[in-house]
Design a protein around this ligand. Structure first.
Ligand code: HEM
Length: 415
């Protein structure tokens, strides 16, 4: 029986109906994205009651378009926009968001990003090469004799959290707790989080912030050779990061620093194995490895959606009229599969060299951790396949029911 997408598209009105929790969609969104590219790359999603964009050029342009922002409350009040008042049960979560680089717009974003960039330099990232390789090898030493492994828990989750904790100067033994806090917080970014999810995210935010406050205080007393100490010292035009900005940025780096990378690693391994490719040529040299990593990111992106607010009334080329404060959805993973941009986009071709995907975003919020994520993938993938050349899928992996964050429930491998 042919596999089809569960989407309903009225190409004439560009109205679309789609249930994000339909397994036929979230298990394999590629088919749905192909249907959208063919019939309505810009569309009104009825269940979400807003406009979404799937085309590469549209998504790329809208991410850079200064008429849109991740935030709206810097140009309008809640009253003006008819937004509900902040919820007291989300106060700790909101406090972290309020000073978060990812949630700010210029000029606040520019100032904060410059200060963080000053600390987050590529020299520091390159210096991690040996350490990441040693960690990957050590983890494989631990499970090699077993002949099987659940890769997410034993490998993919450990590498990014250990690396980002080390970089920031947070004790690596805190890894499991950081993962718990982070998992609770990112659940807030799906459509309509439940009340229970909100309470858990708020609790995690309070504990995470309190923990980091102690660490920051200790680094103030005794600076070390780490990112937190650098951020404390970073200064531009006589300005420094405030305490709230430091805490929010540290939480953001710790969360963003592993959530996406874990699933990108899992998605990449599963994609390579399910296509039955010989891994040796994929990682034959640094150039081949880099192309393989980029193709895995294009084809099996972990983050499928980011949203923006219209900062003023805007009419787009497509004839779409947006009012100030309206949200739009930018489908990064769909843009990566646009047939107008990539040849035969649903084919996984590790040697492909057709220019950038949009998995790291674009414009002022472009992923600040991209060099680190690329380095982690360019080391942990080849090391895994070289150490375990007969690696295979032990069973077909289950995809998680969380469309925004496209990742696997678990990844059981054998050799
Ligand atoms: C494969 C892994 C990763 C992917 C796919 C990814 C993807 C993204 C995307 C799409 C954005 C832009 C969001 C938007 O425009 O609304 C972003 C922003 C960001 N990412 Fe990543 N990321 C990854 C890894 C990392 C790592 C390892 C770090 C930190 C060490 C990190 C830190 C950040 C930060 C701080 C921002 C906010 C930047 C800003 O708002 O100026 N990310 N990431």
């Amino acid at each position: 029986m042919p596999v089809t997408s569960p989407i309903r598209i009225d190409a004439h009105t560009r109205r679309v109906s789609l249930d994000v929790h339909d397994p036929a969609f979230f298990r394999n969104p590629h088919l749905t994205y192909a249907a959208l590219h063919a019939a309505a790359p810009a569309f009104y999603w009825e269940e979400q009651a807003q406009w979404f964009f799937a085309g590469y050029d549209q998504v790329n342009a809208l991410l850079r378009d200064r008429r849109f922002g991740r935030q709206i409350l810097h140009v309008a009040t809640r009253d003006e926009l008819g937004l509900p008042a902040p919820e007291p049960h989300l106060a700790d979560f909101d406090k972290l968001e309020a000073a978060s680089l990812l949630e700010l717009e210029p000029p606040a974003h520019t100032r904060l990003r410059t200060l963080v960039n000053r600390a987050f330099v590529s020299r520091q990232i390159e210096g991690l090469r040996l350490e990441i390789a040693a960690l990957a090898n050590r983890l494989i030493d631990g499970f090699e004799k077993d002949g099987k492994v659940e890769l997410l828990k034993a490998y993919a989750e450990i590498i990014p959290v250990t690396v980002i904790a080390r970089m920031l100067g947070v004790p690596v033994e805190m890894g499991p707790k950081l993962l718990d806090w982070s998992h609770s917080m990112v659940k807030m970014y799906v459509f309509n989080p439940s009340h229970e999810t909100q309470l858990e995210a708020n609790q995690a935010s309070a504990e995470f912030a309190a923990y980091l406050r102690e660490i920051v205080a200790a680094k103030r007393r005794q600076p070390a050779d780490d990112l937190l100490s650098l951020m404390i010292a970073a200064e531009q035009d006589g300005e420094r990061l405030t305490e709230d900005e430091l805490i929010s940025t540290a939480v953001l780096l710790l969360n963003a620093g592993h959530e996406a990378t874990v699933h990108q690693l899992g998605n990449a391994v599963s994609t390579i194995l399910s296509h039955g490719l010989d891994p040796a040529p994929l990682f034959a040299d640094p150039a081949a490895t880099s192309r393989t990593v980029e193709e895995c990111m294009r084809y099996a992106a972990p983050l499928h959606l980011f949203q923006r607010y219209a900062l003023s009334d805007v009419t787009l080329d497509e004839g779409i009229i947006l009012r100030r404060g309206e949200k739009i959805g930018l489908m990064l993973a769909a843009a990566n599969l646009d047939p107008r941009r990539f040849t035969d986009p649903l084919a996984f071709r590790p040697a492909r060299d057709e220019g950038p995907h949009l998995s790291f975003g674009a414009g002022i919020h472009f992923c600040i951790g991209a060099p680190l994520a690329r380095l982690e993938l360019a080391l942990s993938l080849p090391i895994l396949f070289q150490r375990l050349p007969s690696l295979r899928l032990a069973c077909a992996p289950d995809v998680r029911d969380s469309w925004h964050f496209h990742g696997l429930e678990r990844l059981d491998l054998a050799w």
